[in-house]
Design a protein around this ligand. Structure first.
Ligand SMILES: Nc1ncnc2c1ncn2[C@@H]1O[C@H](COP(=O)(O)OP(=O)(O)OP(=O)(O)O)[C@@H](O)[C@H]1O
Ligand SMILES: [Mg+2]
Length: 331
C-alpha cells in the first residue's frame, strides 16, 4: 500500500482552551472561566506555500502559531509540522522552523546584533560555513551591515525587525512563521521586509505562514489566505475568492461628454456623480464587459475605468456579520 504523503503543516481539529481565573464581584473565591482561543481548526499547508493567516484581535492567530512552534501544548486535536508533533519534540522541531514575533524580539537587548547571531550559531549548532553563508545573505538582503555592532536596544523598530528576521533564518529553517512582522513599520521598511520574504520564498522554497493586520502584506505576498475569527476558520482560499464571500462590489468609473442624470443599466447600481463623471457599482464576481457595452451603447462616453474593491472593506464586512451569517455565506 502506498503511504500517503503528508502535508508539511497539518492541523486537525486543533484546540486551545485557556482557563482564566478572575475575581468576580461579591465572591471570595476566584471564578474560573474558559477561553476557547482556538476552537477546532483544521488546515494543511504544503511545502513552499506562502499563506496569510488573518483575523481580528483575539481571533486566535498567535495562539495557533505558538502551538505550531511547540511553545503551547494543544488542548485537543492533532498537529504535525514536518512530521513532528511540536509539543512533544520542541527541540528537534526548532532545528527546522524559524519564528518571528513582531511584538517582541528574540535578540539579546544589550548585545550588539552580531553577538546575538553568534549565540544562535552555538545554540542551534549551525555548521560554520552554513552560518557564515546565511548571515552574509541576510546582511546583504536586509541591509544589516552597518547595524551589526549596534546594541539591539539602540535599533529602530524597523532595524530591529530586520535583525529578528535574519536571526530566525540563520539555521536554514524549512518553514518560517511570522507573527505581525510589519507591525509599526513605515512604508519603506514594510516594502523592504515584503521584498525579502518574497525573495526567500521563491529562491529558498521556504514555507511561510504570515500573520498580519496589514492587508497589503497579504495582497503582495500570499496567493492563499486563511481568515480566522473566534478561534475558528472562516475562510481558506485564494485572496480573490474573498470578494465572493464578502459580497464585494467593483466600481465602474464613467466619464461622459457632459453632465447627465444617473446612468441606469441592468446589473449595475448608481453610486454617485461629480459633474460628467459617474460611479457605478457591480458585483465583484461579475464580468465588466457586458456592462461596459451597455453603457457605451446608451451614453455619450469619453472614458471609463474599473476599480477593484479593496480587501480591507471585504474583510471588514466578513468580520462585521454574525458568525451564522458568515457561515451561510461560505456554504
Ligand atoms: N496565556 C493566555 N491565557 C489566557 N488567555 C489567553 C492567553 N493567550 C491568549 N489568550 C486569549 O486567547 C484569545 C486569542 O488570543 P491570540 O493572542 O491568539 O489572538 P490574536 O488573533 O493573535 O490577536 P491579535 O490580533 O490581537 O494579536 C484571546 O481571547 C486572548 O485573550
Ligand atoms: Mg496576535
Amino acid at each position: 500500500m502506498a503511504s500517503r504523503i503528508e502535508p508539511f503543516i497539518e492541523l486537525e481539529n486543533l484546540e486551545k482552551v485557556f482557563t482564566v481565573r478572575r475575581k468576580a464581584a461579591g465572591l471570595l473565591r476566584r471564578e474560573k472561566k474558559e477561553v476557547r482561543a482556538v476552537d477546532g481548526i483544521s488546515f494543511a499547508v504544503e511545502r513552499g506555500e506562502m499563506v496569510g493567516y488573518i483575523g481580528p484581535n483575539g481571533a486566535g492567530k498567535s495562539t495557533t502559531i505558538k502551538m505550531l512552534t511547540g511553545i503551547l501544548t494543544p488542548s485537543g486535536g492533532r498537529l504535525r509540522v514536518a512530521g513532528i508533533d511540536p509539543a512533544r519534540e520542541r527541540t528537534r522541531l526548532a532545528q527546522r522552523i524559524g519564528v518571528v514575533f513582531g511584538q517582541r524580539t528574540t535578540l539579546w537587548w544589550d548585545l550588539p546584533l552580531k553577538d546575538s547571531y553568534r549565540l544562535m550559531h552555538r545554540m542551534y549548532r549551525i555548521p560554520d560555513a552554513r552560518f557564515r553563508e546565511n548571515l552574509d545573505r541576510c546582511v546583504e538582503l536586509l541591509e544589516l551591515g552597518e547595524l551589526l555592532d549596534v546594541p539591539v536596544r539602540q535599533l529602530s523598530l524597523g532595524q530591529r525587525m530586520r535583525g529578528d528576521i535574519a536571526a530566525a533564518l540563520l539555521h536554514d529553517p524549512e518553514v518560517l512563521y511570522l507573527d505581525e512582522p510589519t507591525i509599526g513599520l513605515d512604508v519603506v521598511s514594510k516594502a523592504r521586509v515584503r521584498e525579502f520574504l518574497s525573495h526567500l520564498n521563491t529562491t529558498q522554497g521556504t514555507t511561510v505562514l504570515l500573520t498580519t493586520h496589514d492587508l497589503t502584506d497579504i495582497e503582495q505576498l500570499c496567493s492563499r489566505v486563511m481568515v480566522i475569527d473566534h478561534g475558528r476558520l472562516m475562510y481558506d482560499g485564494k485572496l480573490t475568492g474573498l470578494h465572493a464571500v464578502g459580497e464585494s462590489e467593483r466600481l465602474l468609473v464613467v466619464d461622459l461628454e457632459r453632465e447627465l442624470p444617473p446612468i441606469d443599466v441592468p446589473g449595475a447600481r448608481f453610486v454617485r456623480s461629480e459633474g460628467p463623471r459617474q460611479w457605478l457599482a457591480f458585483p465583484a464576481t461579475a464580468s465588466a464587459a457586458p456592462l461596459v457595452a451597455e453603457v457605451a451603447a446608451a451614453y455619450p462616453l469619453i472614458d471609463l475605468s474599473v476599480r477593484e474593491p479593496d480587501i480591507e472593506t471585504v474583510i471588514a464586512k466578513m468580520y462585521g456579520g454574525t458568525r451564522d451569517e458568515r457561515r451561510e455565506s461560505l456554504m
